[in-house]
Design a protein around this ligand. Structure first.
Ligand code: ADP
Ligand code: ZN
Length: 624
């Protein structure tokens, strides 16, 4: 391979574009290395977390190099969002996808032929189409950037078969450099991507997947919606966030529930009319205080930077999926919460999905492994970051100090005896019953089923009566999670002991439980002062940042927000496209008074200075 040095003019040009167009003063490592590499026209694979700044790594070379850069992106929303953002900065760009009419396509093509467009976003389907291949022949292509490159992995959660065929077209243009980018790739997927996309001796740029601004918490689901409400009211009463639910029905129910409690919630799932979906998505992007309750059909390509929380009210499908979903929180780098409540039923549902599916055994085995990986993460008694990052092949030395486990470490106690009671009740009843019946036996409840099977005659009948049914169900959940018990292979709810379970039953192994299950404590508290919950406490995230501000500063922030909103409405874009909260905070804290000072604020480039500079400076003056 021929190695060309980066033209020093290019390096300067890249810095120029960074500050003039994007309004940023310095590159974040390793953006500069990646850009230099692309400017040498060599292939690379970029694996950096969400919010890490991947887009700039292809956008800047696209603006520095002659010709048009082609960005392949799996989702219309993602493309449109980037095009909208770039246009606000004065960048000439366009997208081509199934959402466009023929006249629109013709117009874009003619601009392409004139060489006006610097960045073209295109869906994989369009990219492979004969018409587009012909268009490409007539262009001077500077770069192929493949965004969300994990979509090429068959085993991943977002597999897109068209991605596998991208090399067919790229191979027609051997001199054009290729760049693949993703935020979510576990080690096997990361190995697969460069091969499948036929990258040629690619340099691999990988940074830590850690996102320090996220605060993790995972709790026991008991009355899920009430727990969610408490979380939102206590920490995010003024913020935007996303709530993920597994089923469409639950999406609707939770959205209604939140609305009934005065929270501006909207619902989104794949069962809705496309026009309604678009409207809801638009609404979510536009509004500053809104909660989206959705299935995982929502979110890919949602680049709203000020999502202050992502909540899971059911177990996600896999750890990769989870990482992808929480990736939507805190893209602007400001503090954000990722919160999950899950229960035994969630786990059972997922398992039965797997067992009942028609998929080949090999696929099922992989899905079982993924579910186990997820449960191990949820159940690990140590720092969430340590466990999460280790699953992605990173050794992070915790504790991080910014997760529930670090903030409130859980003490454990030996619960081998209780586990043995459950295992024995299950064994003595032929491993043919589910949790409800086993709990009835343990607490000595003479249910009809107990009477029918004469299970009141068992030696285990009533041995656990000093514990509540809730507590036993919780223990069983923990045993399932720890792989002492499993449901039968047909996905029925009957519980059977595993090899690990046998070891515990016969005293060859031990079983530990957290000393106090946090949700039990919470429930007791709620019983005592039900209805006296404090509402609308101001958010710690905002108040932490804003508490140091004077009254005047707060008014300035409010005024800037208002103007931003008006400006956004007249430009037909969401407020954050005018400028983000990070920029807003910097404006309030730095109070620039000249154009030069304003340009030094992160997020204000030449274009935005020209368009908004006057009123920003004016507002700042009037509150100084
Ligand atoms: P990714 O595509 O990796 O998820 P983005 O490219 O959307 O991340 O960048 C995340 C945020 O960081 C955006 O708001 C972006 O404008 C900002 N950003 C990127 N690079 C820089 C930089 N060098 N300096 C300051 N902010 C940056
Ligand atoms: Zn931690």
């Amino acid at each position: 391979m021929q190695v060309t040095e980066v033209n020093p003019d290019y390096t300067n040009a890249a810095l120029g574009v960074l500050s003039k167009t994007f309004g940023f003063q310095t590159f974040r490592a390793p953006q500069d290395q990646i850009i230099a590499h692309v400017l040498k026209r060599q292939d690379c694979f970029v694996n950096m977390p969400t919010g890490g700044g991947k887009s700039l790594c292809f956008q800047i070379p696209a603006l520095v190099l002659d010709g048009t850069s082609v960005v392949i992106s799996p989702l219309i929303a993602l493309m449109d969002d980037q095009v909208m953002n770039l246009r606000q900065m004065g960048v000439r760009c366009a997208s081509l996808h199934s959402g466009h009419s023929l006249p629109e396509i013709r117009k874009i093509e003619s601009e392409l032929f004139k060489g006006i467009i610097k960045i073209l976003y295109v869906s994989p389907e369009k990219f492979l189409s004969p018409r587009f291949r012909e268009t490409l022949e007539a262009l001077n292509i500077s770069l192929f950037a493949i965004d969300e490159a994990h979509c090429v992995s068959q085993w991943g959660h977002d597999f897109r078969p068209e991605y596998m065929r991208l090399p067919e077209v790229m191979n027609q243009f051997p001199s054009v450099p290729r760049m693949a980018l993703t935020a979510t790739a576990d080690p096997p997927t990361a190995r697969e991507i460069p091969l499948r996309l036929a990258l040629r001796q690619p340099q691999i740029f990988r940074t830590s997947m850690d996102r320090p601004n996220l605060q993790y918490s995972i709790l026991e689901k008991d009355q899920g919606q009430a727990q969610l409400l408490e979380f939102i009211e206590s920490k995010h009463s003024q913020h935007s966030g996303i709530v993920y639910r597994l089923s469409r029905k639950d999406v609707e129910a939770s959205a209604e529930f939140l609305q009934s409690k005065g929270i501006p919630a909207i619902a989104y799932h794949a069962g809705m009319e496309p026009s309604l979906r678009r409207k809801r998505q638009e609404q979510f992007l536009q509004e500053e205080h809104i909660v989206m309750v959705a299935t995982i059909a929502f979110g890919m390509g949602i680049d709203k930077p000020n999502v202050r929380f992502v909540a899971h009210l059911d177990l996600p499908k896999s750890l990769e999926g989870y990482v992808q979903e929480i990736g939507r929180a805190g893209r602007d780098g400001l503090p954000a919460d990722v919160w999950m409540a899950w229960g035994m039923r969630d786990f059972e549902m997922q398992r039965s999905f797997i067992e009942r599916s028609e998929a080949p055994e090999q696929r099922k085995e992989m899905e079982r492994r993924k579910l186990r990986q997820l449960i191990d993460f949820c159940e690990a008694g140590e720092c969430r970051r340590v466990t999460l990052l280790s699953q992605f092949g990173e050794s992070y030395t915790g504790p991080c100090g910014n997760c529930d486990q670090c903030k409130n470490p859980v003490q454990k106690r030996d619960a081998t005896r209780e586990a043995q009671m459950v295992l024995s009740a299950s064994k003595r009843t032929g491993e043919r019953f589910g949790a409800v019946h086993l709990v009835d036996i343990l607490i000595g409840n003479l249910s009809d089923k107990v009477k029918q099977f004469h299970h009141d005659e068992l030696p285990t009948f009533g041995v656990g009566k000093e514990q509540s049914p809730f507590s036993w169900r919780w223990i069983i959940k923990r045993m399932l999670a720890a792989d002492l018990l499993r449901t039968d292979a047909q996905g029925h709810w009957t519980l059977q002991s595993t090899e690990k379970g046998q070891n515990v039953l016969f005293g060859r192994d031990t079983f530990f439980l957290p000393i106090q299950d946090p949700s039990i404590e919470r429930l007791n508290k709620k019983d005592k002062n039900s209805g006296r919950r404090k509402k609308n406490r101001s958010s710690p995230v905002l108040s932490e940042l804003e508490s140091q501000w004077s009254e005047n500063d707060r008014k300035l922030a409010q005024a800037l927000r208002l103007r931003r909103k008006e400006e956004a409405a007249s430009a037909g874009v969401p407020p954050y496209v005018i400028f983000g909260d990070k920029t807003l905070y910097a404006l309030v804290e730095e109070k620039p008074s000249t154009d030069i000072e304003l340009l030094a604020i992160s997020g204000i480039g030449a274009n935005k200075l020209e368009r908004f500079g006057d009123w920003i400076l004016q507002e700042i003056r009037s509150y100084s």
